[in-house]
Design a binder for this molecule. Sequence first.
Ligand code: ATP
Ligand code: MN
Length: 453
Amino acid sequence: MQSPRIDTEIMVKGWVRTKRGNKNIAFIALNDGSTINNIQIVADLSLFDEALLKDITTGACIAVKGTLVKSQGQGQNVEVVASSIELYGKSDAETFPLQKKGHSMEFLREIAYLRPRTNTFGAVLRMRHALAYAIHKYFNDKGFFYLHTPIITGSDAEGAGEMFHVTTFNLSNVPMDKSGAPDFSQDFFGKPTNLTVSGQMEGELGALALGDIYTFGPTFRAENSNTPRHLAEFWMIEPEMAFYDLSDNMDLAEDFIKYLIRYALENCMDDLEFLNNMIDKGLLDRLRFVVDNEFVRTTYTDAIKILVESGKKWEYPIGWGRDLQAEHERYLVEEHFRKPVILVDYPKEIKAFYMKLNDDGKTVRAMDVLFPGIGEIIGGSQREENYEKLLARIRELKLSENDYWWYLETRKFGTAPHSGFGLGFERLLLFMTGMSNIRDVIPFPRTPKNAEF
Ligand code: ATP
Ligand code: MN
């Protein structure tokens, strides 16, 4: 956007951050949310009604007409010399919750309807927007199609997580069948339905028709995990590509994340510098480090060896066949390799049924991308494209063939090698902003026992 020229008349509207001054003059720091930077308003007290100026307190909303001039003072290049001020909304100094600086993140969550007015949340939300845009741009420029997968689904997709049921039943009077179970044939869809835990399976259908697709939408998991990296409602990016093997998949994941970091470094510097100064002093260094270095690629089996031989005392015991917990993932990334790590070839028992079996018959072509401070940021795999093998896995795991009939059919008619992954948008944002709790990178977090606002 082009800035107005010096010595022209302008109108600015926004929220008062601070007001200071002396007997003759008031300096108002005004912010309209478009940037971390405030504009300074200079008001000659003799020109304004005393009562009006008294109401211009932190949090109030005003419109100012005035002249844009080179600033006399330090800390800003330009300022507005006010000729008229209109007060849109007062903000009572006694009760406005954002008076002081340095509120705790916990307190700010309780006033999530106001926290976007703080510098920190303004920066985070602007970066959230910029990265959402960059995600679409990246895929569009690469020829991927944005596929809208359903939010209400009729199957447990992949057992990726516990699900929220969707029903129009009156819960105090649910119709029952003869066996005493809810009679879903009388429900809205005539069958049990849930909020999606992943768009992957529908994404695969898209890839097997359009080539390269991605989804980017809300995802729901009713997992009762109160951690700084889990939300009950989060946004996931899931690309799915025909003719990609696992190594192509890893290349894409690495290129994608590096692109997004570079995009932020090129387009969000004001906000990044603020976050680097106020939230996490290592943020910019870490972002540049990830862009400049190749991710380590190694197998699950080698990672287990490293973890076992580390001699560390783990909260969760580790050994071949066990899933890695955040403490293990972070040890690999932060202490052992000191770089982002992509682990491949996990035991089939701890991964989903649709992952392609390796020749050893024991491991599958899974990949997890592990990041400093976070642990798993991406989970993906090459998919099993062979009909017989996929069906055998479904039977082995005693999953319901009926639920997956349409998924299986894609392997009967023109099946193709294909791969994909899921990136949790908020986990990416944790990394990109230096924030430490996932509740603080989404405007209105949904977590166990919390759906306020
Ligand atoms: P985790 O082991 O951390 O719970 P997962 O194995 O359940 O992750 P996937 O099912 O592979 O995760 O989902 C793909 C990606 O979605 C993850 O790598 C992560 O970035 C993100 N993700 C998964 N669950 C959540 C959640 N509850 N809140 C936020 N992001 C999530
Ligand atoms: Mn999970």
